[in-house]
Ligand binder design. Structure first.
Ligand code: B12
Ligand code: SF4
Length: 508
């Protein structure tokens, strides 16, 4: 069979590489996009091929893979099955629109949707969008080939939620995969795209022009941060690939010329001896790439920073979130300020070139003073880069459930939306206040950084300057002071719309 695998992008998260940088690279004949590769479809493509099918992948960040191009390809090739990878709430509307257009031109090609958002909202999607025939809940490695083998008997496919006449039927759930080592490595060559290691912003914040890809070495997370749906999606389990399997994939990437790798693991640093084995494998094989990952500050592998640095780990991103214990506890982070300071210190002391801190503002119960304390805390930490994002709520997270219980969100009517907490929760500071404090906080933070750590600041600018024009670096530094529009603005809950409210009713 001929299968189309389509990853629909959020337009906010990619940009084409500007021409001046494009010219610096040898011509590969591929489109150059500042974005992360669609690892879900890259993972599924070789497995589907292994089962004897033909696969064509689409990533909508490619200038010739927009919805009209995909529609034309459907007309031309009449694929037997169309599979959408639907990762986040923010792309549901696009995916739905595309599915409807495709159904109109190829009514006989079944459309299956999978990915994190689809998995958390399977029945809702089927009730909402008649063009979608079924949703594959959870991991697709076994599910998708099983579905392709049973197109005429969807009831036989564990994990499938499907349209059974007028009913939506949920088959028995498919258990989580136990052996993640048994599958072929993802296909990083078939898409005609070079992914560039960059922040997907309006400004080309390009970290390197090295051949870049992502790798997933573990799945899931046993923690329970209130704003995250990964624990629910992964059933609170953390599973990992063996160091041998990871090193085997890295060898293939190294041999194919990849020189920069980003690990998309939810929690890479959880098992100390595994980190040691992977790092020793990288050092032993003398790979040419550098790599980066995210980590929790309380991981027991924090004492492996020297080895990670020796294995060419260049950047480590920490989910710090707040500079007050009160807010950390409210977010369910289960980490302390001391652990944060220790982890960032260890990383820097042991040679990790870039440490990044993800912070959140606009949490329930957080005051102006709490936010300013987060900025002061960030200034004290040995972070190279940081960002302060606004807390948002997605379905499947404990915070969403809390808002449903409080009557703020109507699960039936709001399932396809995402919200900035400040837009809906009266215990969160209003959006405009948050933006103003954020600007003030950033200004203080930048000033302190330059005065107290001039060498580190200079090194960072020099590092960015390798691939960025000075004017773009200035734009990047000033970006926190300018409002960046979302591609798709968050909506308001149905109840607020019913009541004609533009913001939650706050006590003065
Ligand atoms: C890397 C990453 C990104 C990257 C880009 C990823 C990319 N291009 O693929 C960047 C930084 C750009 C990003 C951006 C965003 N992300 Co993000 N991201 C991730 C992260 C950490 C890893 C994704 C990954 O590489 N997974 C590895 C691959 C192998 O897994 P997979 O894609 O899930 O595919 C598997 C299954 O889902 C399934 N599957 C996938 N497709 C299909 C299709 C079919 C038919 C079937 C049967 C199965 C199937 O099989 C695959 C193999 O098992 C996830 C967390 C996570 N664990 O998923 C968050 C996550 C998906 N992101 C999330 C969010 C919210 C966003 C943003 C909206 C952030 C924001 N606030 O603006 C944007 C929107 C991006 C977009 N839609 O384009 C949320 C989604 C929550 C939700 N319910 O909506 C997640 C779950 C993080 C979280 N903890 O909450 N993200
Ligand atoms: S935010 Fe990170 S640590 Fe918290 S539950 Fe999600 S994946 Fe786990």
């Amino acid at each position: 069979m001929n299968i189309f695998l389509i990853f629909v992008r959020d337009e906010t998260f990619y940009n084409l590489l500007p021409e001046n940088l494009n010219r610096l690279m040898a011509d590969s004949g591929k489109a150059r996009v500042m974005a992360l590769p669609p690892l879900g479809i890259q993972t599924l493509a070789p497995i589907v091929r292994q089962h004897g099918h033909q696969v064509r992948m689409f990533d909508t960040c490619h200038p010739q893979m927009k919805s009209a191009d995909i529609l034309q390809a459907v007309r031309d090739e009449k694929p037997d099955v169309i599979a959408f990878s639907l990762m986040s709430t923010t792309t549901y509307a696009e995916t739905k629109g595309m599915a409807q257009q495709i159904k109109a031109v190829a009514p006989d090609s079944p459309i299956i949707v999978g990915g994190v958002f689809a998995s958390m909202n399977a029945a809702q999607i089927l009730r909402d969008c008649s063009a979608v025939d079924c949703v594959g809940v959870g991991e697709g490695e076994e599910l998708l080939p099983d579905y392709l083998d049973n197109l005429n008997d969807p009831g036989a496919v564990a994990g499938l939620v499907w349209r059974n006449g007028d009913e939506v039927t949920s088959n028995e759930p498919r258990p989580l995969l136990e052996n993640l080592d048994q599958y072929p490595y993802p296909d990083r060559t078939s898409l005609p795209i070079d992914y560039i290691e960059a922040l997907p912003l309006d400004v080309p914040a390009v970290f390197s022009l090295d051949k870049f890809c992502t790798v997933q070495t573990t799945r899931g997370c046993p923690f329970n941060c209130i704003y995250c749906d990964i624990p629910a999606y992964s059933k609170h389990r953390w599973r990992y690939r063996s160091p041998e399997s990871v090193i085997g994939e890295m060898q293939e990437l190294n041999d194919s010329g990849f020189r920069s790798i980003y690990l998309t693991d939810d929690h890479f640093l959880l098992k100390r001896d595994r980190i040691q084995d992977i790092c020793n494998g990288i050092i032993g094989r003398n790979f040419d790439f550098h790599w980066s990952c995210e980590g929790r500050v309380d991981s027991n592998a924090i004492d492996q920073m020297a080895l990670m640095s020796k294995a060419n780990c260049k950047a480590l991103m920490f989910g710090i979130e707040s500079g007050t214990q009160k807010v950390l506890d409210r977010l369910g982070k289960k980490q302390t300020l001391e652990q944060i300071e220790y982890a960032v210190d260890e990383a820097k002391k042991n040679g990790i070139e870039r440490t990044h801190g993800f912070f959140l503002i606009g949490s329930p119960g957080e005051t102006k003073e709490d936010i300013m304390e987060s900025f002061r805390f960030a200034a004290r930490l040995k972070l190279d880069t940081f960002n302060f994002g606004r807390l948002c709520v997605y379905r499947g997270t404990p915070l969403w459930n809390e808002y449903v219980e409080k009557g703020i969100i109507d699960d039936e009517r709001d399932w396809y939306k995402w919200f900035k907490c400040s837009d809906i929760d009266p215990t969160v500071l209003p959006g405009e206040t948050l933006n103003n404090i954020r600007m003030k906080g950033y200004a203080g933070l930048f000033a302190r950084r330059i005065v107290s750590r001039p060498i580190q600041s200079y090194k960072l600018i020099r590092y960015l300057g390798r691939n960025m024009e000075l004017s773009d670096i200035i734009k990047l530094i000033s970006s926190p002071f300018t409002k960046r529009p979302y591609y798709r603005e968050p909506e308001l809950p149905a109840k607020m719309i019913d009541l004609g409210l533009k913001e939650p009713i706050r006590d003065c």
